[in-house]
Structure formats: structure tokens, C-alpha cells
Design a protein around this ligand. Structure first.
Ligand code: ATP
Length: 239
């Protein structure tokens, strides 16, 4: 049965005196792809970092799978099933591809299941199989992005948060990454996607929220926002 997996209510987050997230509310239903799009500095990454337990909100609440996330440390949030593939990838450069994947499963005790999921990662990203023994720091940007996504999946998350997976990638690599997000969606993975490429994100999203200067200014289905005139002008480059 599907239900609400993540419920964010009136979340506020500040860096010192500067409020970056100013009362944001949204929900993610099980099995959905939900996207946050918006201008640079709108507070999207800050929102994901707060949900992950890397930042503490000044007020508001977020409930994940029935649990209040407020004040929980990042490792507890991961253990609850909320995984984060961060902006800028952050793979461990000196470790091999496979070692990076195994670190993504560090909380799991089912060695057989972990080994199967390493193979599943390689099925999802055959490029990583070819490079399993290579130091992650020597991978291309697109390959590092694949690794960051695969690593986040290794904890078998209930919700996968992807922060700008297509950032800095060539058009072909970007297509590949977004096709993989579509594949994950088709297999039932629930995803919260922050993406600069609004067109690709909206095309995939069941639900979308537009953020501007710390607030959600518009929401709707991905298809609705793809056809919204203000969104088309501001984010899709349509005159
Ligand atoms: P982008 O698409 O450019 O990544 P974003 O929507 O993810 O933008 P955030 O990275 O969340 O935006 O930034 C929101 C605001 O908070 C910005 O004004 C940014 O300058 C500020 N900010 C982010 N990180 C910090 C920090 N560590 N210290 C102070 N201010 C910060």
C-alpha cells in the first residue's frame, strides 16, 4: 500500500543570521518522483542537507516513514532509509569503485544481499563494473555521478535524495543519468530530485515544487508545470 513517506512542514533553516529556507512544506508519497526546481541559491540543497541531518532547522518539522527527523544525526537518518546522493558527488577518491559501493552498505549485516546489490549496481551502470578496481578519484565526472547514485542505493533506501545529478555533465551523460533515474522510478524507487535541468526533472516528476529565495512559490504535477507559462519562461527558456 502506498502512503506519505516524507512530510515536511514549515521548515526554516538559517546560516547564522541569514535564513536560507523560509517555511517550506511539501510531501513525498511512496513510489513517487518529486522534484524541487528553482533558481540558484533558492535553498534546495539546504533543504536536502537538513532532511539528511547535516543541518539543524530553526523551526518546522519533517516526518519520514512515521518518524520525526528533527535532531536526528545523519547516520540515524540513513539507517531509517533516507539516502542522499550529494551535489558535487563526494566519492572517496582514493578508494576503488567497489570500496565506495561497499561503504554505502556499511550499516548492513547481510553480506549475501550486499554482494547481490553490488552486482545490481553494475547492472544499472555497466561502466562501473568495468572500473570496479579503479580509484574513484580518477573517474570522469559522469562516472563519479553514477558511483554516487549507486552508493546511495547500496543502503536499500526507502527514499533516495538526488542533488543535481546532471550537474556539469555532457548532454549525453546527462541523458544517461536521467534515463537511470527513470529506470529507478519504474522499479518503484521513491525519489526526491533536485535538478537544474528543469525540463528533464519535470518530465519525470509525479509532483514538482518551484523554490525561489527560500520559499515554495508554485507546485503541481510535473506535466502541469511543464506547461505553466511562468515556469516555461523562467526555467525552460521558452519565450
Ligand atoms: P543551487 O541551485 O545554486 O545549488 P540551492 O537552491 O541548492 O542553489 P542552497 O545551496 O541551498 O541553494 O543555498 C541557499 C542560500 O543559502 C544561498 O543564498 C547560499 O548562499 C546560502 N548558503 C548555502 N550554504 C551556506 C553556508 N554554508 N553558509 C552560509 N550561507 C550558505
Amino acid at each position: 500500500m502506498s502512503g506519505t513517506l516524507l512530510e515536511v512542514e514549515d521548515l526554516r533553516v538559517a546560516y547564522g543570521k541569514v535564513e536560507a529556507v523560509k517555511g517550506v512544506s511539501f510531501t513525498v508519497e511512496e513510489g513517487q518522483v518529486v522534484t524541487l526546481i528553482g533558481t540558484n541559491g533558492a535553498g534546495k540543497t539546504t533543504t536536502l542537507h537538513t532532511l539528511s541531518g547535516l543541518l539543524t532547522p530553526t523551526s518546522g518539522s519533517s516526518r519520514f516513514d512515521g518518524r520525526d527527523l528533527t535532531g536526528l544525526p545523519a547516520h540515524t537518518v540513513v539507517a531509517l532509509g533516507l539516502a542522499h546522493s550529494p551535489e558535487g558527488r563526494h566519492v572517496f577518491p582514493r578508494l576503488t569503485v567497489e570500496e565506495n559501493l561497499l561503504l554505502g552498505a556499511f550499516l548492513r549485516k547481510d553480506a549475501g544481499g550486499v554482494a547481490r546489490d553490488v552486482e545490481r549496481s553494475y547492472d544499472l551502470f555497466p561502466r562501473l563494473r568495468e572500473r570496479r578496481g579503479q580509484a574513484a578519484g580518477t573517474l570522469s565526472g559522469g562516472e563519479q555521478q553514477m558511483l554516487a547514485m549507486a552508493r546511495a542505493l547500496m543502503c536499500r533506501p526507502k527514499l533516495l535524495m538526488l542533488d543535481e545529478p546532471s550537474m556539469g555533465l555532457s548532454p549525453i551523460m546527462m541523458k544517461k543519468i536521467m534515463a537511470t533515474v527513470a529506470e529507478l522510478k519504474a522499479s518503484g524507487t521513491t525519489i526526491l530530485l533536485v535538478e537544474q535541468n528543469a525540463r528533464a526533472a519535470l518530465a519525470l516528476a509525479d509532483r514538482a515544487y518551484v523554490m525561489e529565495t527560500g520559499r515554495i512559490v508554485l507546485s503541481g504535477s510535473g506535466a502541469d508545470l511543464l506547461h505553466d507559462e511562468s515556469v516555461r519562461k523562467a526555467y525552460l527558456g521558452v519565450e
